[in-house]
Design a protein around this ligand. Structure first.
Ligand code: UD1
Length: 368
């Protein structure tokens, strides 16, 4: 029987691996000749950054937990590599699956490819063309050593072909993160988050910002507080704060300068956050995945970045790439609040079945 180990490390990985695991289960793991196991590197470890996602997404307890935690990029990547190598030597899987672009993604791919274990990259081919982003380096390197590259949008196919990746390694399958969204959207109806936060549906702006290029800048953070206070005069602002952003805001003493209409919360679990996204009047973010989730849901999104590796969300979705000048962000937000909304469509193959397509390909290529 072939053994496959999927890797999760950081928050945006959990909702991508969950549907893959379920698709393997559905295909009848033992009958299909594939035993699918999950390894959690522990890159994210807080209850609210990790465990709550296993519960919400009905993921089994990971088969392996590496407990690497935080550190510099080199420290974190190296720790994952050392621990993951032990797992591969002990378990001898035929294949590993990595998703997205976090440090755990490149660390595990690199270890596997040196041990001649085949690497499957899910969400391959995305490019921001900005090599100052750690995720861009992780994406480029992971793709260059992957044996199977599963792609979410057409730009990914174009990028990989330009980089010289053989056609027979690349598959346009859609978006596994949207698979989770489709599966769990009905559960958002029972979310208590609106009662907990005393919120009316469609009467708030949802904000998430955690990218180091934004939140490690003191001037960005202090301008952000005045921008949020200004927007708070028009609509309530809900801002679930990532640990990095929380630490930096606290160091600058900025959380005390917020108006009562700007509500900071701890990181929020998957179902509750999905409920908040679905019912937001506007989302302001620098996340990658949230650009896609808002496009699928037809919710207005302003992205506080100079570039995006997910261009389909701007080309056909509801996403606007505004840049990091917060005056422009405020102007764009005010336009949306006045009713100037962007119409959007759902990209091709974002239909909740991407994981099934992946498992089908792997079943044919690996188990045979
Ligand atoms: C990582 C990913 C990023 C992704 C983000 C989602 C990389 C290079 N970046 O960034 O692509 O969008 O996850 O959240 O992999 N911390 C905690 N508790 C935790 C995890 C982190 O307090 O459970 C704090 C630590 O102080 C840590 C900091 O957050 O140093 C940053 O965590 P890290 O995993 O290095 O990167 P993220 O910024 O979360």
């Amino acid at each position: 029987m072939s053994k496959i180990i999927s890797v999760v490390g950081a928050r945006p990985n959990f909702m991508k691996v969950a549907p893959i695991h379920k698709a393997f289960q559905k295909s009848g793991v033992n009958h299909s000749g594939i035993n699918h196991l999950i390894c959690h590197t522990g890159q994210h470890y807080d209850e609210k950054m990790s465990k709550i996602f296993f519960d919400d997404l009905e993921l089994p307890y990971p088969d392996f937990y590496l407990g690497v935690g935080s550190g510099s990029h080199a420290e974190q990547t190296a720790k994952v590599m050392i621990e993951f190598e032990k797992i591969l030597l002990q378990e001898k899987p035929e294949v590993i699956i990595v998703v997205g672009d976090v440090n755990s993604t490149i660390a595990c791919s690199l270890v596997a490819s040196k041990l001649n274990v085949k690497v499957v990259h899910v969400e391959a081919g995305l490019r921001s063309f900005d090599r100052t982003m750690p995720e861009e380096i992780n994406r480029l390197l992971t793709d260059s050593i992957s044996d199977f590259l599963f792609v979410t949008e057409k730009s990914g196919m174009t990028n990989l072909k330009k980089e010289g990746v053989n056609d027979d390694k690349i598959y346009l399958v859609g978006n596994v993160m949207i698979d989770s969204l489709v599966q769990y959207l009905p559960k958002t109806e029972n979310s208590e988050i609106f009662n907990e936060l005393h919120l009316g549906k469609n009467e708030y702006i949802l904000v998430t910002l955690h990218r180091p290029s934004n939140v490690d800048s003191d001037s960005f953070l202090s301008q952000l507080i005045s921008t949020l206070n200004n927007l708070g005069q028009k609509e309530k602002v809900i801002f679930p704060v990532h640990p990095r952003t929380k630490k930096n805001l606290a160091e600058l003493g900025l959380n005390e300068n917020l108006s009562k209409n700007v509500i900071l919360t701890d990181p929020i679990g998957y179902i509750d956050f999905l409920a908040l996204t679905k019912n937001a009047g506007l989302v302001i973010t620098d996340s990658g995945g949230i650009q896609e989730e808002t496009t699928f849901l037809g919710v207005q999104c302003i992205t506080v970045r100079e570039n995006t590796e997910r261009p389909v969300t701007v080309e056909i979705g509801t996403n606007q790439l505004i840049g990091t000048d917060l005056k422009k962000v405020q102007e764009a937000a005010e336009k949306v609040l006045k009713g100037e909304k962007k119409c959007g469509k759902i990209p091709e193959l974002w239909d909740g079945k991407a994981a099934e397509r992946i498992v089908k390909v792997l079943g044919q290529k690996i188990a045979s």
